[in-house]
Design a protein. Sequence first.
Length: 265
Amino acid sequence: MPTPSLLPLTDALARWREALEAVGAFRRLPAESVPVAQAHGRVTAVAVWARISSPHYHAVAMDGYVVRSAMTANATPARPVRLRLGEDAWYVNTGDALPQGFDAVIPQEEARAAGGWLEVSEPIPAWSHVRLIGEDMAAAQLVAPAYQRLRPQDLGAIAGSGHRRVQVFRQPRIAILPLGERLIPPDPHVGPGQIIEFNSIVLAAMAREWGAAAHPFPPQDGDLETLFAQVEAALDDHDLVVLNAGAAGGARDHAERIIRRLGEV
């Protein structure tokens, strides 16, 4: 039998991509809404815009005393300004909302408070130790563009900007079918002629790393008709079926025959 002529790898890959494109394999998958906490690694289908600012209020950034900066403008070490606690200065904790009418915080490590008074020996700039509204992110600001694969920090930004769910593209569903009469699942007790099937584990992990939803099947064995039915069933609810099988012309090498029935090799 004459040896068939072989295409160069680059030509073969080009033809394969053309064939895939012709059958719509590169079509855009539909969008779906998922909880932000479950969106790691997913690809945004639309841009995500902040619904609220972060922080959404003027927030105290240090434990200490909240003051009106204007009242400290003339403070010097020689002539400190004394502010009455409970009126002109209040103790606050990190994360508290800045009380109305106040605009700065003196950290407790730098404060001199005693006898109901707070002594200030230098001017305190307005907004000292205050996190202003929108300091991290402003409402209506772009959080994540469309077509971005979401990282852990992206999930935090999306949730922090007021979103519970996010629109992402559906993951490609990939079935991985190992075919072979000698294949068995991982097992320390392997008999003569048996082969541990691990390719599906590797392929599934690679597919998930690339953003797909991979479904590895246990090793499949049977005659041509049985295996064809299993592959056809997998095609019903998967976007791609990967056959991990022998490609020779042996009596039990059914992969090529199955593919020819369903399409072309």
